[in-house]
Design a protein around this ligand. Structure first.
Ligand SMILES: [Zn+2]
Ligand SMILES: [Zn+2]
Length: 271
C-alpha cells in the first residue's frame, strides 16, 4: 500500500466511480497519509467517446463532458475535506500532453500555480495526441516539462514508448518526476521489463520517481502490488521516491508550486 497516492480520479472525470469524499474515506481506512485528487483536464472523456463514435460533423471541443474549469476553481478555492478525515488532500489535475498544438499541454495556465500537483500525461487519443514515432513522443514530453507541470504520468506505454535516456536526462535537468503507474502495469499497458529499465536508469542518474495507483475507484486506492513486484527485486534509493512519506511529498509540492508560479508568470507576460 502506498503511503501517499498522488494520482487518483473521482466521478468528476466521468469514467471514475467515486466522489472525492468516498476516496478520502477509503484512504483513511487504508491508513494512507496523503492523497491527491487528479481529475482529467477538460475534454478527455468526450474525446474518448468521439474517437470511438466519430461522425465528423461535431467538433470535439463543443461536447466537453469531463470536469470543466469551474470544477477545478471550486476544488481549489472552496472544497475542504470533512473535519474527521485525517488524510492530507493534495489538490491536483492530470492534464494532457498535446501532440499538434502550440501549447505543450492543456493545463489551465491561469490557475496552474494554485494546484498542489500537476501531472502531464500522453493519452494517445487523436486529436489530443496522435502518435507518430518515439522521437516525437519524447520531444512532446520534454517540451511539457517547460510548462507548469510536476510529473510525467505513465511515461511508459506500449502504444508510445519514449526514448528513455533522453526522457530521464531531461527530467533530471528540469526537476520533473517520472511516474511508475500501478494501473498501467496491472492492465498490461506498460511492460514490467521497461519499467525496471526506467528505474535502473533513474537510480543511476538520480531522477525523481513518483509511485501512483491511478485509481479510478475507491478499491484501487493506494494499490502498488505490481510496482512492488518490480521494486522489491531492486535496490532502489528511497530518497528518489518523491512520495515515500508525507513530508517528502510536501517538500516536493512546495518547491514545485513556486517553480510553477514562475513559469506561469513567464507564460502570462509573454502573451
Ligand atoms: Zn492518464
Ligand atoms: Zn489518470
Amino acid at each position: 500500500m502506498l503511503t501517499v497516492d498522488l494520482h487518483t480520479h473521482s466521478i468528476a472525470s466521468v469514467h471514475g466511480f467515486n466522489t472525492i469524499e468516498e476516496l478520502l474515506r477509503q484512504a483513511d481506512r487504508n491508513g494512507i497519509s496523503g492523497m491527491a485528487i487528479t481529475d482529467h483536464s477538460p475534454g478527455i472523456d468526450n474525446t474518448i467517446w468521439l474517437s470511438q463514435n466519430r461522425t465528423g460533423d461535431v467538433p470535439w471541443e463543443e461536447n466537453i463532458k469531463g470536469p470543466d474549469i469551474p470544477y477545478f476553481m471550486n476544488l481549489l478555492s472552496r472544497y475542504k475535506p470533512p473535519a474527521d478525515i485525517q488524510v492530507h488532500l493534495f489538490k491536483g489535475i492530470e492534464c494532457n500532453i498535446l501532440s499538434h498544438d502550440d501549447r505543450p499541454t492543456d493545463v489551465p495556465v491561469f490557475i496552474a500555480d494554485r494546484f498542489d500537483i500537476v501531472i502531464a500525461s500522453v493519452h494517445p487519443i487523436p486529436p489530443i495526441f496522435t502518435v507518430e514515432n518515439s522521437l516525437q513522443v519524447t520531444d512532446r514530453m520534454i517540451r511539457a516539462m517547460d510548462h507548469p507541470i510536476d510529473i510525467i504520468g505513465h511515461p511508459l506505454h506500449k502504444g508510445y514508448g519514449p526514448m528513455m535516456e533522453l526522457l530521464v536526462d531531461a527530467a533530471v535537468e528540469k526537476g520533473i518526476a517520472l511516474e511508475v503507474n500501478n494501473s498501467s502495469l496491472q492492465l498490461g499497458k506498460s511492460d514490467p521489463e521497461q519499467v525496471r529499465l526506467l528505474l535502473e536508469m533513474a537510480a543511476l542518474k538520480e531522477c525523481r520517481i513518483v509511485l501512483s495507483s491511478d485509481a479510478h475507484m475507491a478499491n484501487e486506492l493506494g494499490a502498488d502490488a505490481d510496482i512492488r513486484s518490480i521494486l522489491n527485486s531492486m535496490d532502489f534509493p528511497v530518497e528518489l521516491i518523491v512520495n515515500h512519506s508525507k513530508e517528502s511529498t510536501l517538500d516536493y509540492v512546495n518547491r514545485r508550486k513556486k517553480i510553477r508560479a514562475e513559469i506561469k508568470d513567464r507564460l502570462t507576460h509573454r502573451s
